[in-house]
Design a protein around this ligand. Structure first.
Ligand code: FES
Length: 69
């Protein structure tokens, strides 16, 4: 049994947080690496830095704000 496990935290509205150094393999076979302690992996596909989250998932169009002071 491995002594260390990779932890992936799935958030409600944003990225998956991957703990520890990690290698990603994209559908086209491209490999990319992250040495960060925690890497935010984009699940919404809006990131300009895909496969990494750039917080684009937070951008929302305000509705119902017309006419307010
Ligand atoms: S999850 Fe953050 S930009 Fe996609």
């Amino acid at each position: 049994m491995p002594s260390e496990r990779t932890r992936i935290l799935l958030t409600d509205e944003g990225p998956a947080l991957v703990y520890g150094p990690v290698e990603f393999v994209l559908p086209d076979g491209t490999r990319t690496y992250s040495q960060r302690p925690v890497t935010a992996l984009c699940l919404c596909r809006r990131s300009r830095r895909y496969p990494f989250c750039d917080t684009s998932h937070r951008k929302r169009v305000r509705s119902g704000s017309e006419g307010r002071c």
